[in-house]
Ligand binder design. Sequence first.
Ligand SMILES: Nc1ncnc2c1ncn2[C@@H]1O[C@H](COP(=O)(O)OP(=O)(O)OP(=O)(O)O)[C@@H](O)[C@H]1O
Length: 386
Amino acid sequence: MSTTTTVQEAAAERAGAEDAKGAEPVFSVDGLWKVFGPKADRVPADPELAALSAAELRSRTGCTAAVRDVSFDVRKGEVFVVMGLSGSGKSTLVRCLTRLIEPTAGTIAIDGEDVRAMDRARLRALRRHRAAMVFQHFGLLPHRSVLDNVAYGLEVQGVPKRERRAKAQEVVAKVGLEGMEQRRPGQLSGGQQQRVGLARALAVDPEVLLFDEPFSALDPMIRRDMQEEVIRLHGEEGRTMVFITHDLNEALRLGDRIALMRDGRIVQLGTPEEIVGSPADDYVREFVRDVPREQVMTVRRAMRAASAQEAGEGPALSPEATVSQAIEAVARSGQTARVVDQGRCLGVVDSDALLEVVAGTANGSAGSAGSAGSAGSAGLAREGVA
Ligand SMILES: Nc1ncnc2c1ncn2[C@@H]1O[C@H](COP(=O)(O)OP(=O)(O)OP(=O)(O)O)[C@@H](O)[C@H]1O
């Protein structure tokens, strides 16, 4: 597989992202807290304690607030990335979704059902059928074959042998492990083992796949392959995915929307274009400083109203075309490029405006991606040129 795919090409492979627009939530999280330490409950309940910095909270109470008053929805069919530096609370947040970690306060619903009210049997069913987790350490059973490892989740569910083997075989093929069914995990590379872990989660056909930094132990080329695998699978199936990473490039490649965490809070939630183009604060700005903006930003950022003459000539681009694609079109034609949606000219982009986006000096133009948390597209173009 190519290792030179650009950010926008990777995103362009991802079908179904547009479907995530405005879709109903799978997970709805409101006012979620997870506090570790003695008498943790009092922290979210007491506004004075809740307002303390991490260090002050620790010295006053001995508690760590790993997740602080977090609210968001995961929409059906989207890839929702939780990103942040080590210790920002990503794993704790995602583990709270299925109560692998018990939240301290707040509400969590899956398809409208209250997760915090579920009894043990319901929770087990949630984790087995509805929201399966793919871990970094995939926990494969060393003495079982690939096929039996993949079938394991179905075995736990009590699915008859013939049926689970057939399903496992199907999923093994889906993740590119055909021919390796009888190997033991020890006879596989790290990337192949990760595929087994992915196949095992897929075999139970969950509504949501939760990935906890699944690729961070892999070397960069294999990691890239696995990212492409996820993009491909998502394109084929449109399954909802929640993906934890501390790697910004991975977040931009995979995410329809990204929640950027710092010290237990979500500091910004938006499409890659919103995060890169309209950072919420200096922390986010610093985080995204080195991102190649032209590969993430769309022509909407550089667009201005067209004169009558401009509206009738020049190359046509879709509103989702990236600035990089627009630069190429403008350079080739020597004209302004039209941004056309369903035959209608929305505006034009010229080289000056495109360069301003690259330089980061454009001040959010017409049709800009909007504020954090707003409905948005994949941010990266699927079909660049109209
Ligand atoms: N069981 C625990 N007891 C006490 N503190 C904890 C516990 N688990 C996590 N923490 C603390 O909560 C904070 C968030 O941890 P978490 O593992 O969620 O972060 P993360 O962003 O996933 O980090 P990483 O990328 O390193 O996995 C950290 O300060 C961590 O030390």
